[in-house]
Design a protein around this ligand. Structure first.
Ligand code: ZN
Length: 253
């Protein structure tokens, strides 16, 4: 049995499979892993949340980096991996996607239940009143000379709706993710190095509660010893093959 067949077999047996995705699934859409050597954090010191709130200078630095990120996101499209996960959800084979990514590509691909542990870069919000705008609206303001845009309603700083360094993880999302992990009978960890906490503890939690752990990643992870199956092939190719295998062999589902 090939690895793809083995994964398809696990998915067919599962009653509550959950996919957990990291930067690796989006690099195939041309979005660099921002923690990688070519990523944005290697060239700029990340702005800590407290610093962002306290200092206009820090906010100017923040928006310079954001401009670069939005340029990278703007033309990115979901790839075969995102599309296969959306298809597996529609086919009733996975119940949800938990993601560390902020690019929103799972939703663009059609995934319905997506839990974003690190927030989303597709929304800008006022840190005080919460009023939301799109990146496109803010990019226009940045291009016309604003260095650190403030809320037009209350004057407080605007910020991307992503979780910054030094900011706590979102409570609801973490609770949802933990509950999914505890109830999963199959947990697919995809394109994540599984080292960033607390997100990395989810596969362990699932495993401890009896889930079969499958890891699809191009490099070893600290949780490899717990995995029933490890696949090093590219994510898009793997998920596309698996999703195709399931549709072909089980057209009724
Ligand atoms: Zn406001």
């Amino acid at each position: 049995m090939s690895d793809f067949q083995a994964l398809a077999h696990h998915l067919k047996k599962a009653r509550s499979a959950v996919a957990f995705t990291g930067a690796g699934i989006s690099t195939e859409s041309g979005i660099p892993d921002f923690r990688s050597p070519s990523g944005v954090w290697s060239k700029h010191k990340p702005v800590m949340y407290d610093e962002f709130v306290a200092s206009r200078e820090a906010r100017i630095r923040y928006w310079k980096m954001r401009t670069q990120l939005y340029a990278e996101f703007e033309n990115a499209q979901p790839n075969a991996g995102h599309r296969a996960l959306a298809q597996l959800e529609r086919a009733g084979r996975i119940t949800a996607v938990i993601t560390q990514n902020i690019d929103g590509l799972h939703q663009v691909a059609g995934s319905r239940r997506v839990i974003e542990l690190h927030g989303t870069a597709r929304v800008i919000a006022c840190i005080e009143c919460g009023i939301e705008s799109t990146p496109a609206e803010i990019v226009v303001r940045l291009q016309t000379g604003e260095e650190a845009p403030d809320c037009e309603d209350c004057g407080a700083p605007l910020k991307s709706k992503t979780i910054s360094f030094g900011q706590p993880m979102p409570i609801t999302e973490m609770q949802d993710a933990s509950q999914l992990a505890r109830h999963a009978d199959l947990f697919l960890a995809i394109g994540s190095s599984l080292v960033v906490e607390p997100a990395a503890s989810l596969p362990r939690l699932a495993y401890q509660h009896g889930a079969t752990l499958v890891i699809i990643n191009n490099a070893p992870t600290p949780l490899d010893p717990l995995a029933a199956l490890i696949i090093r092939d590219p994510i898009g190719v793997t998920l596309d093959a698996v999703s195709g295998h399931i549709s072909y062999s089980d057209p009724g589902k």
